[in-house]
Design a protein around this ligand. Structure first.
Ligand SMILES: [Zn+2]
Length: 370
């Protein structure tokens, strides 16, 4: 892991960047490297922006128990002043470097030229998952970058960005950085579970209506849903069917898919902007191709973060396996399933115990529609 201390190259100076989301152990790693230098009797200077005085003015805070004496500073100018008295330092450590602005890039370049080993730690992405300047600039001029991962608090996969939560809900893109009277916290999240809400996108919610078999009763369920939950709201229904359905002789009720994937995306985008709720009724199996090898399921996943799935199953004997397979496929794609709706018809109904069993296995609520 560590740079070899070679007398010939040490005078050249170097810049190391330790980055990653919150809770990824950046400060611990910075402290570990600085400690090693200290044990080797090298003179170290450590800076920590004073915005970050979570554990008092002295010492860098890290999420573990480790800490190290640091100069609490507000600006790069202050760092320069401190450096005039510590120009013999061999190693410079900077924690939470993202708070120091663009001047810190110039600072690092200068002291690397002077032959110092500089180690910085900081967030590479803001809570909006956008590059957090000046860390990207530091990364590109560095000799070495270590991007550390935290663990996603939702799924346990490697986390990619810091989720800002206000009163327990994902923050909006343009929420002010200080929110008076709100409880705020951060969690590490993977790409799938990192959510940045946009106020303009709130308007149209997408409800994908997916049947477990042909003629499950999607249309009736949708009408019922509108009656029950969306009275007075502006709704629109879009129908998506696979390329394969085009070859059917009587695709009578449903107009042919004469638009491309791009058109389809535009159509959905337009519907979202014009309605409170957009039903997207899926005709044909989820794994069937929409365009090329791109399946209907792939398309649904594009809207993962702003949609909910309603599963419709015909209430008849022997539905267990079909329902479980559909739920499993959707869950593995990390889609947001709302509930299962069983459509009562002329068929002999499934035992309620079976439906309860499905509820226990899938953790999904269910209801009936006649
Ligand atoms: Zn996750």
């Amino acid at each position: 892991m560590e740079f070899q201390i070679n007398k010939n190259i040490v005078s050249m100076g170097s810049l190391e960047v330790i980055t990653g989301s919150m809770f990824s152990g950046k400060s611990e790693e910075l402290i570990r490297r600085l400690r090693r230098a200290k044990y080797a009797k090298q003179k170290i200077v450590v800076f920590s922006p004073s915005i970050d005085n979570r554990y008092g003015e002295k010492g860098i805070y890290s999420h573990g128990k480790e800490s190290l004496e640091a100069y609490s500073v507000n600006s790069v100018n202050q760092m320069e002043e401190i450096m005039t008295e510590n120009i013999d330092a061999q190693v410079i450590g900077i924690d939470e470097v993202q708070f120091l602005g663009e001047d810190v890039v110039r600072f690092c370049k200068k002291y690397v030229e002077y032959g110092k080993r500089i180690i910085v730690a900081g967030l590479d992405l803001s809570f909006r998952a956008e590059p957090y300047h000046p860390v990207p600039e530091l990364m590109s001029i560095s000799d070495r970058v270590d991007k550390l991962n935290a663990i996603c608090t939702v799924c346990g996969k490697p986390a990619y960005a810091s989720q800002r939560l206000i009163n327990g809900e994902p923050a909006y893109y343009d929420d002010p950085l200080v929110m008076v009277g709100a409880s705020e916290n951060y969690e590490a999240r993977c790409r799938r579970h990192h959510i940045v809400k946009h106020k303009e996108e709130e308007k149209g919610k997408i409800l994908f209506v997916i049947g477990t078999e042909i003629d499950a009763g999607k249309k009736e369920v949708e009408e019922n849903y509108r009656e029950k939950f969306l009275k007075g709201k502006k709704c629109e229904t879009l129908i998506i069917k696979s390329r394969i359905n085009e070859f059917e002789e009587n695709a009578s009720e449903v107009s042919k898919n004469d638009f491309s994937l791009v058109d389809l995306r535009n159509k959905v985008g337009k519907a979202i902007s014009e309605n409170d709720c957009v039903f997207i009724r899926i005709i044909g199996g989820l794994l069937l191709p929409l365009e090329g090898y791109y399946s209907i399921l792939d398309f649904i996943c594009e809207y993962r973060k702003k949609s909910e799935i309603v599963i419709v199953a015909k209430n008849k004997k022997g539905l267990l396996n079909q329902v479980l397979l559909t739920v499993d496929l959707l869950k593995k794609s990390d889609l947001n399933i709302g509930k299962i709706i069983y459509k009562n018809g002329n068929d002999e109904k499934e035992h309620e115990e079976v439906l309860e069993e499905i509820k226990d296995i899938t953790h999904l609520e269910y209801e009936f529609v006649n």
